[in-house]
Design a protein around this ligand. Structure first.
Ligand SMILES: [Zn+2]
Length: 132
């Protein structure tokens, strides 16, 4: 198999994900604190010192629309970190081919290659009339 991810590239993606996850956790924490909701503020204080794992689990009790997007991304990153630990990272879940490195640089938690992602979006994402 000609996988284009060597250990140096994997290391780069790993630290990208670590940084981004830390950023997301901090954003979520700040949102919880600002919510002025006693229970959420308490959760925000509890998770301050937590690293990866249990963070997203604790958020199960939080029902706050503002953190949904951050939480989705955080969960996607955590899943990608798990795949990396298992050595199953960087393979398109649709066609089974290696996901392009430049795509992973943009979206380290991507689960599909460029081609499969485009056709996925064509089929699943509603057209908004917005073009890039
Ligand atoms: Zn694919």
């Amino acid at each position: 198999m000609s996988h284009e991810l060597d250990s140096r590239k994997l290391e780069e993606l790993k630290s990208r994900m670590r940084d981004r996850a830390g950023q997301l956790r901090e954003e979520i924490r700040q949102t919880l604190i600002k919510s002025d909701h006693e229970q959420y503020v308490q959760i925000a204080n509890e998770v301050r010192d937590l690293e990866d794992e249990s963070f997203a689990d604790l958020m199960v009790d939080v029902n706050l629309a503002e953190i949904d997007r951050d939480l989705d991304e955080l969960r996607a990153i955590e899943a990608a970190q798990l795949r990396m630990a298992e050595g199953a990272y960087g393979v398109c879940e649709h066609c089974g081919m290696p996901i392009e490195f430049r795509r992973l640089q943009l979206t380290p938690f991507a689960i599909r290659c460029f081609d499969c992602q485009s056709s996925y979006e064509r089929n699943h994402v509603q057209k908004t009339g917005h073009t890039l």
